[in-house]
Design a protein around this ligand. Structure first.
Ligand SMILES: [Zn+2]
Length: 462
């Protein structure tokens, strides 16, 4: 292959689907603290057991293929990938090889189109649990559904790879096929550089955005430092020491002895199936960004607001209920997105109806200047984990700004008690006022706007 860039990166990303049951049996597709409870003869590979395709997986995969601009195959067909490993009970994995469900897609990041080779459906093997003197097997994960997305070797840096996966996660969030709170994104990374004549090195099974970026950075420097020593191989990643290490030389596809899966009859993927699956797809992220920018939002802000679908939905709902566009943008950007990033609000909380309703109520109080910034923060802290009635809570805790209070006399009282601050202010230190404002806010317990207090104090001091 001819490459134009010095560094060439391709990714194979595994996305675990959030369907109710496993790929080929009716066992729950759920995490469990107890090992080997979500199992049956099919996912344990007992002789004579037969897989049955879970339609929900098919519909999720079609949505994913559409969201990533893939062409969808006319039929669904599975193959057996044969290899031995203790976590693989049947000695083969059911996957798609010859005909993936989607081919030739793309994702746009920062105006650059990154090509995607294919997306296919496959089952996850079980999990090995390493103890100090033994290895235990847990087959709860055996047969859970995955989609694997394979990019073209078109990424050119670790940072770009990270941005790519971030965008992929946003797209996946929009179609709701992945558990954002508990799901894990795992990737195999292919890296080659000009100095080795693009000899291909693969790093297997790296989880999480940070580790993926770190593994790529380490591997790129390792290859650049000693290009002559780089061999074609499969490496692992040690996230504790942030290094990659040799695992084995690469198998070729023929080593797996792929055959068509005889227990699953190929079936047509009809137009009706595709339109049924895609009928529930929302307006996607790139289109929303364009809409917001057209209405005057900055591109960067639009990117932030649309980075989580539920936030973007709530933003749109607030605006439709009369909250001013720019005011709502600032609120969701500053108060909501940051809380989600800090994990103070879980993704699942955003889907809670009470939360949605009360956020709008909070925003309304705030935009009508009935509560101040500090109260917004206090109420949000509460609402992040508890179903509260925002208006009642604000009233009960005396957070509603009182319009008929005698602000002047409270200000005068606090000015009298703050001699030093008054002296400082008079000698030109504008900031000294903040001390008096703070004292007034303390007495009024949040039922006033800081700006109003400041103006009143200035007025009194003349
Ligand atoms: Zn099962």
């Amino acid at each position: 292959m001819n490459f134009e860039t010095d560094i060439v990166i391709g990714l194979e990303i595994h996305v675990g689907l959030n369907t109710k049951s496993k790929l080929f049996c009716s066992c729950p597709n759920a995490k469990s603290d107890e090992p080997n409870v979500n199992v049956c003869p099919v996912c344990l590979g007992h002789p004579g057991s037969r897989p049955t395709m879970n339609k929900e997986v098919l519909f999720s995969a079609i949505k994913l293929a559409k969201a990533l601009n893939f062409s969808i195959a006319p039929r669904l067909i599975f193959s057996r990938k044969t290899y031995f490993y203790p976590d693989l009970v049947k000695n083969f994995q059911i996957t798609q090889f010859e005909e993936p469900i989607g081919s030739e897609g793309f994702i746009i990041i920062n105006d650059r189109k990154i090509g995607l080779e294919r997306v296919h459906i496959e089952e996850d093997p079980g999990a090995l649990i390493h103890k100090s003197d033994s290895v235990l097997m847990d087959y709860n994960r055996s047969g859970t559904p995955l989609c694997e997305i394979v990019t073209k070797p078109e990424l050119t840096s670790a940072k770009e790879a990270r941005e790519f996966i971030k965008k992929l996660l946003v797209l996946i969030d929009y179609i709701n096929i992945f558990d954002q709170d508990n799901g894990i994104v795992k990737a195999d990374l292919n890296i080659s550089i000009k100095e080795t004549n693009y000899r291909r090195v693969e790093i297997k099974g790296v989880s999480g955005l940070k580790d993926i970026e770190n593994a790529l950075n380490y591997e790129i420097s390792r290859q650049q430092e000693n290009p002559n020593e780089v061999v074609q191989e499969t490496r692992g990643y040690d996230s504790e020491n942030r290094i990659t290490f040799t695992q084995r030389s690469k198998e070729d596809a023929e080593d797996y002895g792929y055959i068509y899966e005889p227990d699953l009859v190929p079936r047509d993927i009809t137009e009706d199936m595709v339109s049924f699956a895609t009928s529930t797809m929302p307006v996607m992220v790139d289109e929303r960004i364009n809409n917001y920018v057209e209405k005057g939002m900055k591109y960067e802000d639009a990117q932030i607001i649309t980075s989580i679908k539920d936030v973007s939905d709530l933003f749109e709902r607030s605006v439709s209920l009369g909250i001013e566009f720019d005011f709502a943008m600032k609120f969701f950007k500053r108060d909501i997105i940051s809380r989600i990033n800090d994990k103070q609000i879980e993704y699942s909380r955003l889907k809670n109806e009470t939360f949605e309703k009360e956020i709008v109520a909070l925003l309304k109080l705030f935009s009508e200047r009935k509560i101040n910034n500090l109260s917004v923060k206090n109420i949000l802290d509460k609402l992040s984990t508890e179903d509260i009635d925002v208006v009642k809570y604000a009233n009960d805790n005396k957070l509603i700004i009182e319009t008929n209070i005698d602000l002047e006399s409270v200000c005068k009282e606090m000015i009298a008690k703050s001699e030093q601050a008054v002296l400082d202010y008079r000698s030109g230190k504008e900031n000294a006022l903040n001390f008096i404002v703070g004292q007034v806010m303390k007495v009024m317990k949040g039922a006033v706007m800081p700006d109003d207090v400041k103006n009143k104090i200035k007025e009194i001091l003349g």
